[in-house]
Design a protein around this ligand. Structure first.
Ligand code: PGA
Length: 301
């Protein structure tokens, strides 16, 4: 069991550095007798002599030189610990656990990349999954934050809206309805649809939208990713409804087109969701501020 204190190690280190009790005392904002007393106590505790007189100055004994290597390591390790704690407290360092729905991942990765450039010491863990799994994770207080299209009603959570999320109707550019204005909803419902899987937030929003006007959108093909839907629509399997944030490149490259349909786009928003009563770490708070202020800048339009 170590019998000397960290305070004694600090004083010893300072006396060793300046080979002078008075200079060490000045640096440590202590009195010279207090420094001398601490060193005497340290010698008594360790049962070794630490200093020897050389004329007017003092020098370390051989044993003290050996000891100084260890106390130096311990003090350096303490400084690193203090710096690390300062960074954790300032939200500059630590672990960030984020879960996002498949659709939100289209922009989240870019936002996290920018966040990571600003805070390179933050360790990020990102889980991309569907709404149902995210609800289970929130229930178990697992993620710091969730990014999803709709805050959960099933459990107590805090939710903040940070960006719009329009759902648009997509078709291949050579589709007969392409380029037409204000197409009636019943006209598009005669078409086949490629839809997201059950459990997807996008799918829930689409079903709710059609139900409001007493209609239903029947899937001829179901797929669990936006990428798969985009390829299926481009290949002519049917029409699709996806978040505008997932198709920037496809619109630019004329791989897909947006149809101008009555009651579209479906207006939704992206939400930052946190389980109620979860204590947010400083890093999680830093990320929250970054997302709420910066998200719009990292969307491809
Ligand atoms: P999802 O995401 O359709 O990929 O589940 C959209 C949402 O969060 O509502």
């Amino acid at each position: 069991m170590l019998k000397i204190s960290l305070k004694q190690m600090r004083i010893f280190d300072m006396v060793a550095r300046y080979q002078n009790h008075t200079r060490a005392a000045e640096k440590l904002h202590m009195t010279q007798p207090a420094v001398s007393m601490q060193m005497k106590q340290m010698e008594a505790t360790l049962d070794i002599s630490l200093f020897e007189r050389r004329g007017k100055s003092i020098a370390l004994t051989r044993a003290a030189e050996d000891l100084r290597q260890y106390t130096g390591d311990i003090l350096q390790s303490c400084r690193r610990m203090e710096e690390h704690l300062e960074q954790i407290k300032g939200g500059q360092q630590g672990n960030l656990v984020i879960s996002v729905t498949t659709t939100a991942n289209h922009f989240t990765t870019r936002i996290l990349a920018e966040f990571s450039k600003l805070y390179p010491k933050v360790q990020i863990s990102l889980d991309v999954t569907n709404r149902q799994k995210i609800l289970m994770q929130l229930n178990n207080y697992e993620p710091d934050h969730v990014i999803m299209g709709e805050p959960p009603k099933e459990l107590a959570a805090e939710s903040e809206t940070f960006m719009d999320n329009p759902l648009v109707l997509i078709a291949p550019p050579d589709h007969p309805l392409s380029g037409k204005k204000n197409i009636p909803l019943d006209e598009v419902l005669k078409e086949k649809f490629v839809n997201r899987e059950r459990g997807s937030g996008t799918r829930e929003a689409i079903e709710r939208h059609f139900k409001q006007s007493g209609r239903q959108c029947i899937s001829s093909l179901e797929m669990s990713s936006n990428e798969a839907i985009k390829h299926a629509v481009a290949a002519g399997f049917g029409l699709g409804i996806v978040s505008l944030h997932t198709i920037a490149l496809e619109l630019q490259n004329d791989y897909l087109t947006m149809l101008d349909v009555e009651s579209f786009p479906i207006l939704r928003h992206w939400h930052l969701v946190t389980r109620k009563r979860k204590t947010l770490s400083p890093v999680a708070q830093t990320f929250r501020t970054f997302l709420l202020e910066e998200a719009e800048n990292y969307i491809q339009r």
